[in-house]
Design a protein around this ligand. Structure first.
Ligand code: 2P0
Length: 329
């Protein structure tokens, strides 16, 4: 039985995706912009022609929605290939702990999309792979290519124009560093999927979020083009605050921050005043991700730990999702 293996890195959004105009196809209301993170990665193996369908994620058999999303993605590849792919065995494993506070779903679905298309004999096509990854988890569309990517919202109802493209490779800004700071490893009360839906439906600030985030994407790209950390950092911080402000205005309110989150964030202006360039972004959870450059990493890690982070994971810009050779033995 032939197995196909692919690897992808997770990503962190600098302009966030928050809200779907189509929940079935996973189409966002606004474009968004992210950076792929190495050395974190997920490796996914797809085996066509297995005896029965099985989906193993980090050593555990997936059930319910999780399994259904994987099976639906494989079926979509079968439709494109013009043949049913039959029972499939999927084994996916990440090299980073859940406690890192970074979702493994983006890397997992990007690797699954890459591996399944290859297993079905479809040609390598980053746009098609990004569209396919998107249907598993929106942010996965941005993990198909490395470096800095924009997920374009698109306007077609069928979602054919909603995929990510690469703006800059990981080599564009090799000294950029991101530190994922763990201040809480508790599972959050409301998932991103449910939180963004409730924000769309109940937050009076939502239309303003959509307009603002869409306008920030070209500005973020320009700051990256110039490798201007102060501009990119200021933009990432205000975009994260605005996403959280929009969520806080939902009914019931969605507060993903914890006191320890603020303890880290409030240290950053002080560090900057002392000449250390450090900025934050914050996903739908309590754990900040800090942006800095290689020469300041040790100082930023010490700052985060002193402010209460129990773990700090150091990351740098990562590369494309890619196929891995089959083991010889
Ligand atoms: C992002 N997040 O842009 C935003 C910021 C969380 C906060 O993408 O429902 O797991 O599977 O499309 O991709 C997390 O949402 O959600 C996310 P689905 P996903 O990174």
């Amino acid at each position: 039985m032939k197995s196909t293996k692919a690897r992808a890195h997770p990503n962190i959004a600098l302009v966030k995706y928050w809200g779907k105009r189509d929940s079935e196809r996973i189409l966002p209301y606004q474009s968004n912009f992210s950076l792929t993170l190495a050395p974190l990665e997920v490796t996914t193996t797809v085996e066509l022609g297995a005896g029965a369908t099985s989906v193993e994620l980090n050593g555990k058999e997936a059930v319910g929605q999780e399994r259904a999303r994987v099976v639906a993605l494989v079926e979509a590849v079968g439709r494109e290939a013009g043949r049913a792919l039959g029972p499939v065995r999927v084994v996916s494993r990440g090299n980073f702990p859940m406690a890192a506070g970074l979702a493994s779903s983006a890397a997992g679905f990007a690797a699954l999309a890459r591996a399944t298309r290859a297993a079905a004999g479809l040609p390598d096509d980053v746009r098609a792979t990004s569209r396919l990854a998107r249907t598993g988890s929106g942010s996965a569309s941005r993990s198909v290519q490395g470096g800095f990517c924009t997920w374009h919202r698109g306007s077609r109802p069928d979602g054919e124009d909603s995929f990510a493209t690469q703006d800059f490779t990981e080599a564009h800004w090799p000294e950029l560093r991101l530190l994922a700071c763990v201040v809480s490893s508790l599972v959050k009360d409301v998932s991103s999927r449910d939180g963004m839906q409730s924000t769309v439906e109940t937050s009076p600030y939502y239309p303003a979020w959509v307009k603002d985030a869409e306008a920030e994407v070209p500005r973020a790209r320009e700051a990256v083009r110039k490798r201007d950390l102060a501009s990119l950092g200021a933009l990432a911080e205000r975009n994260a605050w605005r996403m959280h402000a929009t969520a806080l205005a939902a009914d019931p309110p969605l507060c993903y921050l914890r006191p320890a989150t603020l303890a880290v964030l409030l240290e950053l202006p002080r560090a900057r005043a002392k000449g250390c360039p450090v900025f934050f972004t914050l996903d739908a959870g309590p754990n900040p991700v800090l942006l800095t450059t290689l020469e300041h990493v040790a100082r930023v890690e010490a700052l985060a730990r002193e402010a209460g982070a129990s773990d700090v994971v150091r990351c740098a810009p990562g590369g494309d999702a890619c196929l891995l050779p089959e083991p010889l033995f």
